[in-house]
Structure formats: structure tokens, C-alpha cells
Design a protein around this ligand. Structure first.
Ligand SMILES: *Cc1c(COP(=O)(O)O)cnc(C)c1O
Length: 364
């Protein structure tokens, strides 16, 4: 049993052949169609497809003019790309701790980390569950800060009925195979802001602007385009997105029922205001349990697990650059030591769910 399997099959993408036969392989009509589908789905004015979730975050920050001397508040417990995107701009990622129940950014710690240099709060909707956007929006408004949502894992997730990615100034999604929807590699930025959208569209394509039949380069842009081959996969995936989400939620619900009552295991919390879509199913092991041994034992029974996430302030690059100690951001550090992602995928059968739950229970 692998940690996940993309819910994507060759038969679902007949247009793949059309793309290849057409000879038009990069940004074209399929990219535009994919962008239209995403922006209609989440209800945003613009969606700009790019080559990865990381590229989406990078361009979102540049569109807000973030650069050296600025600070961006990010959760410490996240994939490294969240903070790396801030580093690319020259700004400083400032790590906030997380709430150990939700594993998302702790809003009280955001308040403590705000300085005169803070420009952006970049919450992550971890594992497909929204951060506390009600409080985050309040804080951003009070301190006049932008919000860039790292919704890499959260396409289709909601907070009190609003789609993740549409609650801040810009929202960024990833289409890596471990996410909800995949294009192999890919990402997208959504926004309602005309200026940000226009700038991101140019920057993804070398900074080029067409005017009076000529092309000009007013910015030093990037090649962050998405190809037609990737977009055509995304279109096929969008047609089944709601089905993928429903199946993930069902599998997670069954798994939680079967795993409940194990003392040394904290299961994902489900709150009706936070419509968790379970990009990952993360458990926290009790303090006395050797995670490495637990994961190795499961591996021996052909069940793949991975660590839940990393604690960025304790990673060598960030530790050395900013002088952190491991104990500086305690909840995140504990979560990074104790969390495990269990297998979860939309195609998961009843037997697989039962087998997984039973093996986890017996191993513990
Ligand atoms: C996957 C992920 C990213 C990066 O997305 P890529 O498409 O792999 O570049 C960024 N942030 C978070 C929280 C992620 O999970």
C-alpha cells in the first residue's frame, strides 16, 4: 500500500493525443481552458497557471512587491517550498508556531511575530484543512498586511463555506501528484485583483508585454509556464474533483472510526467550520512511541508511511541563516518529530482501509 496513488487514468485523457498531434505543446488553448475551470470552480476573477505550486507562491509574492527588507509570516510546520518562495524574493520568512490540534498556524503566535517590516501573512491550509482564516483576516486588516494563501494541498477545501485560496489577496495551488488534483507538475495562482493578475501573467512568461505588434520586456521575468500536456491532464482531473474529494473524505471518516480509542494516537480533528478534504491523513504518535520503529514496522507489512511535515526553523539552511535553536518553535518541532502520514487515496477499498487500521492498531 503506497502513501497515495494519483486518481488519473489514460482513458480519461483522450485529448492528450490531440495535443501531441497538434504540434502546439506549451501554453495554449488547453491551459486557458484549465484556468477557466479552476477560476469558475473556486469563484475567482483570475487564475494564472504556472509550472509548480512553488512558482505560484513566488509570483504571488512578487506581485505584491515583496523584496529584501520585508518579512513574511509563515507557519513553521510546512513543506519547505512555503519558506523558500519567500527567500527567492529576498524577504525573510518569519516562522510562527502551530496549534497541535489542527496542525495549522497558531493565530496568537502570528500576532507575536508581527514587526514594522511585516508585509504578508502566508497561512498554509495544511493537509487539506483551512487555517483559521476568520482570525487571520482580522489580524491582517488590523495591521494592514497582505494575505497570500498557500493552498497547495487545499483545492476544494473550505472555511465556513468559502473556498481556500479565495480568502486572501492571492491563493496558490499545487498539482504535484501528492495533491488533491494532479497535472504531474504544475500550479496556479488565483486572485480577484486586476493588477496582480496582469503582472503574474507577464512574469510567468519572461516578463513579456505585447504592444503595437511588438514584444517588450519591462521586467526580468521567469519561465514559469504550464505546458499543454500538463493542462490536458488537469482538465480531465477537474471533471472528477468533487468525486475525488468525496472519496477521500469517506476513506478518512472510515479510518478515523476504526482508529478511534487508541490512547497513543491523535487523529485528525474534524470541525464543521473547516471542511477538511484530506490531502493527507496525519496522525500524531504519543510521546513514548518510537516513530522510526513504528514506520519501519509498517513498511515491513508493505504499508508505506512518511513523516507528516518538517519543522523549518530546525532545517540546516534556516537554522544556520537565522540562528534558530530547535526548541524555539516548540509545537512545530514536536509535530515534526511525532507526526506520520498514513496511506489515503480516493481509490482505497474497504478491505484496504480495514487492513491499514488493523495493522496500525496491532503495531502500536
Ligand atoms: C506541495 C507544496 C508546495 C509546493 O508545490 P510544488 O507544486 O511541489 O512546487 C508548497 N507548499 C505546500 C504546503 C505544499 O504542500
Amino acid at each position: 500500500m503506497r502513501i497515495t496513488y494519483p486518481d488519473l487514468y489514460f482513458d480519461e485523457v483522450p485529448d492528450l493525443k490531440k495535443v501531441i498531434d497538434s504540434g502546439w505543446l506549451t501554453k495554449g488553448p488547453y491551459v486557458e481552458e484549465f484556468e477557466r475551470m479552476i477560476k469558475n470552480y473556486v469563484g475567482a476573477k483570475y487564475a494564472i497557471a504556472v509550472s509548480s505550486g512553488t512558482a505560484a507562491l513566488h509570483l504571488a509574492l512578487i506581485s505584491l512587491n515583496i523584496s529584501s527588507g520585508d518579512e513574511v509570516i509563515v507557519p513553521d510546520f510546512t513543506f519547505v517550498a512555503t519558506a523558500n518562495a519567500v527567500e527567492y524574493t529576498g524577504a525573510k520568512p518569519v516562522f510562527a508556531d502551530i496549534d497541535l490540534k489542527t496542525l495549522n498556524i497558531d493565530v496568537e503566535d502570528i500576532k507575536k511575530k508581527i514587526t514594522d517590516k511585516t508585509k504578508v501573512i502566508m497561512p498554509v491550509h495544511g493537509f487539506g484543512q483551512s487555517a483559521n482564516m476568520g482570525e487571520i483576516r482580522k489580524i491582517a486588516k488590523e495591521h494592514n498586511l497582505f494575505i497570500v494563501e498557500d493552498a497547495a494541498c487545499a483545492l476544494g477545501a473550505k472555511y465556513k463555506g468559502e473556498f481556500c485560496g479565495t480568502m486572501g489577496d492571492l491563493g496558490c495551488f499545487s498539482f504535484h501528484p501528492r495533491k488533491i488534483l494532479t497535472t504531474a507538475e504544475g500550479g496556479i495562482v488565483v486572485t480577484n485583483n486586476d493588477e496582480h493578475a496582469k503582472l503574474i501573467e507577464r512574469l510567468r512568461d519572461h516578463g513579456s508585454i505585447k504592444k503595437d505588434g511588438r514584444v517588450y520586456f519591462n521586467h526580468c521575468g521567469y519561465n514559469y509556464r504550464l505546458s499543454e500536456l500538463h493542462a490536458v491532464l488537469g482538465i480531465a482531473q477537474m471533471k472528477k474533483l468533487d468525486d475525488i474529494i468525496k472519496k477521500r473524505q469517506e476513506a478518512a471518516r472510515k479510518l478515523s472510526t476504526l482508529l478511534s480509542g487508541i490512547e497513543s494516537l491523535q487523529l485528525p480533528e474534524i470541525d464543521k467550520d473547516y471542511q477538511h478534504i484530506f490531502q493527507s491523513y496525519i496522525v500524531l504518535l504519543g510521546e513514548g512511541i518510537d516513530r522510526y520503529e513504528f514506520m519501519t514496522n509498517l513498511k515491513g507489512k508493505d504499508i508505506e508511511t512518511v513523516v507528516g511535515n518538517h519543522s523549518l526553523h530546525s532545517q540546516p539552511f534556516y537554522k544556520n541563516k537565522y540562528g534558530y535553536k530547535d526548541s524555539d518553535i516548540p509545537n512545530s518541532f514536536a509535530a515534526a518529530e511525532r507526526s506520520v502520514a498514513l496511506p489515503l487515496y480516493p481509490q482505497m477499498t474497504e478491505e484496504e482501509i480495514n487492513l491499514l487500521a488493523e495493522t496500525v492498531r496491532n503495531t502500536l
